[in-house]
Design a protein around this ligand. Sequence first.
Ligand code: GUN
Ligand code: ZN
Length: 452
Amino acid sequence: MKAIRGAFLDFLHDPFYRDEQDAIRYLPDGLLVIDGDKIADFGRYDQLADKYADIAMDHYANRLIMPGFVDTHVHYPQTEMIAAYGEQLLEWLEKYTFPTELKFQDKTYARSVADRFLNMLLMNGTTTAQVFTTTFPQSVDAFFEACSERNICMIAGLTGIDREGLAPAEYRDTADSFYTNSKDLIERWHMKGRNKYAITPRFALGSTREQLDRCGQLKGEYPTAWVNTHMSENHKEIAQVAEAFPEASDYLNVYERAGIVGPKFTAGHAIHLSDDAFQRMSASKCSISFCPSSNLYLGSGLFMIHKAKSLETPVLVGLGTDMGAGDCFSILRVLNDAYKVAALQSQKLSVFKGLYLATLGGAKSLMLEDEIGSLDPGKYADLVVLDLSPTPALAFRAQNNPFGKDQTSEEHQCARMEHDAFGTMMLGDERSVEATYVSGQLLHRKTGTPVH
Ligand code: GUN
Ligand code: ZN
């Protein structure tokens, strides 16, 4: 057993639907006890200190400790091509993405990128992600092997494309090879250790009707598997999907017809949606990955977060970097873009709403809230330790926090934290991440900042 002492913040409820102060749990001086890979106890330091007086303790003074961030949509094979110049989705895929992903036929190469990618996530405080791979099964094996070594919770799956003309022939699979390889990978990796499998048709435009039907068949055979894909991202893509699937009433209906929409189904992007599609997504209890950095970078559009988080058509929402279309690995930077995407639609994204999406909201959108997303005992000890003033700009902003250090009431301390945490939501990046714990193990520590 070991313990961590410091200021802790997590969520007990969804602040989009509750008074924000009731939704948060903030302990300015807390103690979190870890037994093996799980949280064993959590509470105020003054109430738990005697009980755990004999165990080793890491004390983080002047830091904010939260559940690790959840990235619900990201592409590990695109690590090397982040920040590709000048194209929108379909041209970007053709010009940069498929040529890069072809390299993942080589398993040794795939493994080296998987290691680099996971280390980058940890450096940014992300401890769980839903990850796209390629059409090559060895790229999935390489990824799960890298995850297994770290005992980290990742969802991933073979990423199918079988439609002619969409990707180079050497990159494409077939409906049958996708089915057989997916089945084999599910048997090998799904629920082995902390690994979880997502049946992953890349997007409707990349798949034939047969391949999507095979996805439905796999979901029937493995109902505990996740399903991960892209949807309604780009106008040109949406027009081509309508042509390719004339029988479908809209993009979502292509997936509905394949029988894959429901709990544990994530649609990445979902930018251009009718009210009727929001209604159907809400009723089906599927989820959306909001990827604002990518949506701005590729010029795809503005996701309507206020519709997804409305009382009328509530849809589960998590955040995605969508790296390499997204230009960062950092969920904090994604929150900066999310704030601006909301602002362009005259909406406000508060720091507690943002950090909820980054943690418990993301976990719930993946139906992983029993394992991760908050600091409740019984969940995995996946944590991020944030430095709220790691840069001159943030330090100066914090020095001028209107809620000064001289007042010590709980409300005052919480307001002070809220102000500094909002600074981090807008100006933070990997410099804000002092340490990252996965399954109770310290897997990242910022160079030059020793654990106190
Ligand atoms: N749609 C199909 N493939 C991709 C991809 O790799 N990135 C994004 N952003 N959208 C896609
Ligand atoms: Zn994507």
